[in-house]
Design a protein around this ligand. Structure first.
Ligand SMILES: [Zn+2]
Ligand SMILES: [Zn+2]
Length: 296
């Protein structure tokens, strides 16, 4: 995998890339705009050009944009649905300017209007938005479930894919914390193998474009989303080791979205993941880098 971090953009996209450099990221993810607002931000062409050049010289790829949390592509409310499509479209356009080849978005909730209706709205929104922008792949992220969510199981995602016409522009993202919350026990090698067998059977592992690497604090199947530091939650080291070494994840971006508790935690989480990929010949691994939880 190409390991990277979801970097904060509060100080701008160029400082965000600088953080990725400091962390020796191979890939990077950033919000396309303020995650809690519908408002889009202006992107100066010179800043975008600098960003592209810097990322290229640092050999950081792929670059992934993440849409705001408000996006709900399954919403039965026309206003929310339209705003959601606009936010996705905006992210796709920014992605082109920044040299990002994929945009990740949460799928959404049908709000009681039914799974079937929700899935057709998601598919229609995908087709409409990707038709308006060339090249960039729109990547739908499996959710943790709960709250009438659409797309928290592989079956639901396969159903969405079936309804999309422009399938070559559609990707899928998995998030380890979401999978665990949705009931997929990926804390063991057996669980990881089973997950990729299901993906292969239902929509094909080549459809995967992004993996989010987060441990979780909530129990299996609890349908809640609470990211935690790698190895220190319910998924643990064994699950991440098996995931990182599974052939289906080879070459994919693996992005951590672990709690923002300071750069040293990002350093630690990346070091743990790198250690799980390549264990040293003497059998020692990442043990020395294990940090216990810090109280804030
Ligand atoms: Zn995620
Ligand atoms: Zn999450």
């Amino acid at each position: 995998m190409r390991l990277g971090v979801h970097v904060p953009t509060s100080k701008g996209i160029l400082p965000a890339l600088e953080i990725a450099r400091q962390l020796s990221c191979e890939s990077v993810q950033l919000f396309s705009s303020n995650p809690n607002s519908w408002k889009t931000q202006v992107l100066e062409p010179e800043v975008a050009a600098r960003f592209r050049q810097n990322a290229q010289s640092l050999n950081i790829f792929p670059i992934i944009l993440h849409t705001p949390y408000l996006v709900n592509l399954a919403s039965p409310e026309p206003d929310i649905w339209n705003r959601s499509k606009k936010a996705v479209l905006d992210a796709l356009l920014r992605a082109r300017l920044l040299g990002a080849d994929r945009v990740v978005t949460h799928i959404g909730s049908h709000k009681g209007s039914g799974m079937k209706a929700g899935i057709s709205r998601v598919a229609a929104a995908v087709d409409e938005t990707v038709a308006a922008v060339d090249e960039v792949i729109l990547v739908l992220e499996l959710g943790a479930g709960g709250g009438n969510s659409v797309g928290s199981t592989f079956e639901e995602v396969a159903d969405i894919i079936d309804h999309v016409k422009c399938q070559q522009r559609l990707g899928i993202a998995i998030d380890t914390a979401h999978l665990y919350a949705a009931g997929y026990n990926i804390s063991t090698e057996k669980g990881i193998v089973s997950v990729f067998e299901q993906i292969d059977r239902l929509f094909g592992t080549e459809r995967l474009k992004v993996v989010h690497l987060n441990d979780t604090e909530v129990p299996l199947g609890s349908r809640r989303d609470k990211h935690y530091h790698i190895g220190l939650g319910q998924i643990g080291y064994e699950g991440f080791r098996a995931l990182l070494r599974h052939p289906a994840t080879e070459g994919l971006p693996g992005i951590i979205e672990t709690p923002a508790e300071g750069l040293e935690w990002d350093v630690r989480n990346l070091r743990v993941l790198r250690g799980l990929v390549v264990e040293k010949e003497d059998g020692s691994t990442f043990e020395g880098t294990r940090l216990e939880r810090v109280d804030r």
